[in-house]
Structure formats: structure tokens, C-alpha cells
Write a protein that binds this ligand. Structure first.
Ligand SMILES: *[C@@H]1O[C@H](CO)[C@@H](O)[C@H](O)[C@H]1NC(C)=O
Ligand SMILES: *[C@@H]1O[C@H](CO)[C@@H](O)[C@H](O)[C@H]1NC(C)=O
Ligand SMILES: *[C@@H]1O[C@H](CO)[C@@H](O)[C@H](O)[C@H]1NC(C)=O
Ligand SMILES: *[C@@H]1O[C@H](CO)[C@@H](O)[C@H](O)[C@H]1NC(C)=O
Ligand SMILES: *[C@@H]1O[C@H](CO)[C@@H](O)[C@H](O)[C@H]1NC(C)=O
Ligand SMILES: *[C@@H]1O[C@H](CO)[C@@H](O)[C@H](O)[C@H]1NC(C)=O
Ligand SMILES: *[C@@H]1O[C@H](CO)[C@@H](O)[C@H](O)[C@H]1NC(C)=O
Ligand SMILES: [Fe+2]
Length: 465
């Protein structure tokens, strides 16, 4: 009895393969114990405010111009405004330069923010370590950063990828793994969903402050490049908060004007050998909208002889085979995917889905309403799509996947972690995904990227799942 049944199943599998239903990539066999993700309590060590009267807290930096010679320094003071001045000096120099910034405050329902300072330092030297000091006149604190090398095609550079971080014990593990990863990321490309303060009653903005203190240990020393996620919207008409992105835009600044953008939600930067375009899944992107106009003009500006690596960040993924947020990225994909393929974007990083997934190089651009051609096909001009929304936030892991694994999906696993995109030169970059359950150096998924412009050949054969 058992034998014929086995044959029937075997035949079915064969048939399914025949029609292409189950020739997808790898669904990792690693099963994570599903303990609940909980936010670290308010008294946790990572949330401690620095001691001293009016001491600057939540210190964070991001790139402050288009090429990497500028840095935006931000911090919060709680007792009184204090000074918005930053003192900075290069390593071995005794002369302290001075840059003047300003501060903002905002209210959210019955929460009133501290004094949020932003100061842009410009005209720094490339590839140089700088110290900077904030809190002048009260309690001062000193940090440091290293500017990137001058923009150029063969400049090696290492980016970290983190998404949907939040402030749970798992978030803390993700950040620790990123910090202790021997691949040492120099800049974080953050794909959106920062604090998850909006999970609290009235979006308790105290949780924006705790998040700022939690991540300071990394973002005060290296820039994080910000992308807006849905948890940045903070739209709460029931408590009178109807202006989207209020806490996010007051706290996190980006150099959008340097790339001729008209809003902080979409912009671009160059950094070393990479050209990074940040898009907003939560701002209008249809034809004639500001984002669409900007993006259409932006792609032809990318000079791959200068910045061979073209990277796009967005929050909501286009190629996602989890049940969560399935097809949420579809309308933007329909609008923008032909451009991604035409301009040979190397890789697209997204978050939103709290798990990990890497696609094959696929495109799905042939459909025209009547021809029925709407299946993703392999296309070596297309980017690799990576979902890295696995930072460890309070909403927990996305574990349920569409079955069978679609063939556009090369590798997927429901575990928390981060990734590293390590550019070697104009033709090669090494990518690795690190899950929190492994040792710091272990890669659970990796791929050699061959640059789409300078080395446009199949890189999928080198996958090590
Ligand atoms: C997936 O399978 C379909 C049907 O067999 C095929 O048309 C398509 O090209 C495949 N896509 C990829 C990415 O391999
Ligand atoms: C600063 O001094 C250190 C130690 O003397 C040296 O290694 C480094 O190259 C110097 N940096 C610059 C920018 O001169
Ligand atoms: C804000 O209001 C909530 C409930 O309406 C209350 O629990 C909380 O203590 C208030 N917070 C402040 C800062 O007044
Ligand atoms: C967070 O991680 C850091 C570094 O591993 C550790 O020192 C700290 O105790 C952790 N805090 C919590 C609340 O888990
Ligand atoms: C593109 O960049 C290369 C290398 O920096 C430069 O020589 C060339 O002039 C640039 N092309 C344009 C159109 O700006
Ligand atoms: C890949 O995409 C490009 C741009 O849309 C298109 O011209 C080309 O025909 C596609 N290749 C395949 C194999 O579909
Ligand atoms: C680029 O980097 C790869 C990987 O490290 C190396 O194999 C290749 O030789 C390098 N190419 C050049 C031109 O240096
Ligand atoms: Fe999200």
C-alpha cells in the first residue's frame, strides 16, 4: 500500500517541477526557537542617560553632503537648549574648528521633546579621522568618526545592512553582532523602521528617546544612512497627530537637498565607490509626483565610471515570498522596475518583512495588461533583491512563507541578523548575511556580487547557501 502512494507523490513532485511550481531556491532548514521578542525595559543599561547637567544624549551622525565630505551631527539635550555648536578637529591636529547648528522641539499628543540639535560640518578631508565635541558650555562629550575615501571606482568600502531594528533584547543582539563582526562595517545602510515607539499607547515618544540612546554606541561613531519605514509615519488622528513623519523628521536629518530632492524621504549620496539611492515606500511615487520626477532624473546622473556600485534602499520589498506584507511593494515595482533593469541597479535592500530573503536576478517587466506575461524571469541586468528586515523588533519574526518557494527566491530564512556588503573594487563585492544565533564571523548566506556595469555576468552560480 505504501509503495504505490509513494509513487504517486513522486509523480506529483515530478509534475510540479515540470510546470515550474517548485523549483525555487533554498528555504533554510534552520528553525529558530520562537520565544517572544520583548522590548528592553526603560531602566535597561542601554537606555541610561549620560550623567551631568544638560549632557548631550542620543548622539548620531549621518552623511551631510553628496560626496562624503560633510557630516550631520545630531543630539538631544533635556534640561535646557544649551549650545548647538560642534567643535571638531582631525586626528593629530590641536586646532579645534567650530560649526554652528540649531535646535528644534516638537510635541506629540502630551509628549514634549527635548532640544534636538542638528549641525552640519562641511568641507572635511576625505579618509580622515575626526574627533567632535558636543554639549559646549555644559557637560561636553567627545566622539569620533572617519570620513570615507574620495569617491572613485576602485575604492574598497564596507557597508553594514540593518533593518526594522526596534529596541528588544534581540535588537541589542543584532547591534552587538554588527559591532563585533570582524568584517567591520564602516557605514550602516538602514532600511527603515527605527524605534517602534508607535507600538506604545499614544505612540509614547519616550521610546524614540530610548532608541536614540540605545543605538548611540554605533551611530555616534559611524554614519547610518536613513530610509523611512511605516513605523516612521506616526500618523495618529485619534489623538490629533495628523502630520506624518513628525518625530522622525525632527530627530533624523538627511542631506536630501544635496541631491536636488525636495523632501527628506527620497535622496541620494555617493560614498566611496557606491551610489546610494534612498526611496520612500510611504510617499507618493506615481507618475508626476515629486518622488517620481526626482527619481527619473536621478538615474541618468549616475556615472558608473565614477561610482560603479548602484545600490537602492527602500522599506517595502518588491520580491518577498513571506506571507507577511505579501505584494505590498507591488505598485512601486510596477512603476519603477523597468528603470532598475535599464540602469542595471546592482542590489536593492529592503526591510519591512521581519525575516531574511535574497532573490535571484529577476525582472518582471514584460506585462502590458493584455499579454499575460507576468512571471518573474531571470535577467542578468536586474538587481538582486534582499530583504533584511530582521533586526529584531517587538513585532517578532515573520515565519510563515508562501509555499512552494517561488523560483525568484534564492534563499530565505526566518531569523534575526544583519548583513555586510563589502566592496572590493569596481567588479567585485562580497556579501554576507549574519544571523544572531551564530558566532560573529559566521555567514549563513553569502554571494560574490559581480558589478552589473563592469562585469555583467551570472553571479548566482557562486552562491553558498
Ligand atoms: C520560474 O519558472 C517559470 C515557469 O517555469 C519560468 O517561466 C521562469 O522563467 C522561472 N523564473 C526564474 C527566475 O527562474
Ligand atoms: C596621526 O598620528 C598617528 C600616530 O602618530 C599616525 O599613525 C597617523 O597616521 C596620523 N594621522 C594623520 C592624519 O596624520
Ligand atoms: C499622557 O497621557 C497618558 C494617558 O492619556 C498618560 O498615561 C501619560 O502619563 C501622559 N504623559 C504625560 C507626559 O503627560
Ligand atoms: C546589550 O548588549 C550589550 C553588549 O553586548 C550588553 O553590554 C548589554 O548588557 C545588553 N543590554 C541588554 C539590556 O540586553
Ligand atoms: C564619469 O566619471 C569619470 C571618472 O571619474 C570621468 O572621467 C568622466 O568624465 C565622467 N563622465 C561624465 C559624463 O561626467
Ligand atoms: C532584461 O531586461 C531588459 C530591460 O527591461 C530587457 O531589455 C531584456 O530583454 C530582459 N532580458 C530578459 C532575458 O528578459
Ligand atoms: C577585484 O577584486 C577581486 C576579489 O577580491 C579580485 O579577484 C580581482 O582580481 C580584483 N580586480 C582587480 C582589477 O583588482
Ligand atoms: Fe515596516
Amino acid at each position: 500500500m505504501v509503495f504505490p502512494l509513494f509513487c504517486v507523490v513522486g509523480l506529483l513532485v515530478l509534475l510540479m517541477n515540470e510546470v515550474g511550481l517548485c523549483n525555487g531556491g533554498t528555504t533554510s532548514g534552520f528553525v529558530r526557537p520562537l520565544e517572544k521578542t520583548v522590548d528592553m525595559p526603560l531602566h535597561s543599561d542601554v537606555f541610561l542617560a549620560p550623567p551631568g547637567y544638560n549632557a548631550p544624549q542620543q548622539v548620531h551622525i549621518t552623511q551631510g553632503d553628496h560626496v562624503g565630505k560633510g557630516v550631520i551631527v545630531s543630539w538631544v539635550t533635556m534640561d535646557e537648549p544649551g549650545s548647538s555648536t560642534v567643535l571638531y578637529w582631525s586626528e593629530n591636529s590641536s586646532y579645534k574648528n567650530k560649526a554652528k547648528g540649531n535646535f528644534v522641539t516638537y510635541k506629540f499628543y502630551n509628549y514634549t521633546s527635548g532640544y534636538i540639535h542638528h549641525c552640519t560640518i562641511k568641507k572635511l578631508k576625505f579618509n580622515t579621522k575626526y574627533y567632535y565635541e558636543v554639549g559646549i558650555e555644559h557637560t561636553t562629550r567627545t566622539f569620533w568618526f572617519t570620513t570615507p575615501p574620495e569617491v572613485g571606482p576602485d575604492v574598497p568600502y564596507t557597508f553594514g545592512l540593518i533593518g526594522d531594528l526596534g529596541q528588544t533584547y534581540d535588537s541589542n543582539k543584532t547591534l552587538t553582532h554588527y559591532e563585533l563582526n570582524p568584517a567591520t562595517g564602516k557605514t550602516v545602510l538602514f532600511v527603515g523602521d527605527l524605534s517602534y515607539a508607535d507600538n506604545y499607547p499614544n505612540h509614547d515618544n519616550v521610546r524614540w528617546d530610548t532608541w536614540g540612546r540605545f543605538v548611540e554606541r554605533s551611530v555616534a561613531y559611524q554614519p547610518w544612512i536613513w530610509t523611512a519605514g511605516n513605523h516612521e509615519i506616526d500618523f495618529a488622528p485619534e489623538i490629533g497627530e495628523t502630520k506624518p513623519f513628525k518625530p522622525y523628521t525632527h530627530r533624523y536629518r538627511v542631506p536630501y537637498k544635496a541631491s536636488d530632492s525636495t523632501a527628506p524621504f527620497w535622496y541620494s549620496i555617493k560614498r566611496a565607490s557606491a551610489y546610494i539611492i534612498v526611496l520612500s515606500s510611504y510617499s507618493a511615487y506615481g507618475k508626476y509626483t515629486p518622488q517620481n520626477q526626482w527619481f527619473e532624473a536621478e538615474l541618468p546622473k549616475v556615472n558608473r565610471s565614477e561610482t560603479p556600485w548602484l545600490i537602492v534602499l527602500m522599506h517595502s520589498p518588491w520580491y518577498n515570498s513571506y506571507d507577511y506584507h505579501y505584494m505590498e511593494g507591488e505598485t512601486m515595482r510596477v512603476m519603477y522596475e523597468p528603470w532598475f533593469v535599464q540602469y542595471k541597479v546592482d542590489v536593492v535592500f529592503a526591510g519591512h518583512v521581519h525575516a531574511y530573503e535574497r532573490s535571484e536576478r529577476v525582472s518582471n517587466v514584460a506585462y502590458n495588461i493584455v499579454n499575460g506575461i507576468c512571471i518573474p524571469v531571470r535577467n542578468q541586468s536586474a538587481p538582486v533583491y534582499i530583504t533584511i528586515g530582521d533586526g529584531g523588533n517587538i513585532e517578532g519574526l515573520a515565519t510563515s512563507m508562501t509555499e512552494p518557494q517561488p523560483n525568484y527566491s534564492a534563499f530565505r530564512e526566518a531569523s534575526f541578523g544583519h548583513a555586510i556588503f563589502d566592496i572590493k573594487n569596481r567588479t567585485h563585492a562580497y556579501y554576507g548575511w549574519h544571523r544572531n544565533h551564530d558566532g560573529y564571523a559566521v555567514e549563513a548566506d553569502s554571494l560574490w556580487f559581480f558589478n552589473r556595469y563592469w562585469h555583467p555576468v551570472d553571479d548566482s552560480t557562486t552562491t553558498q547557501g
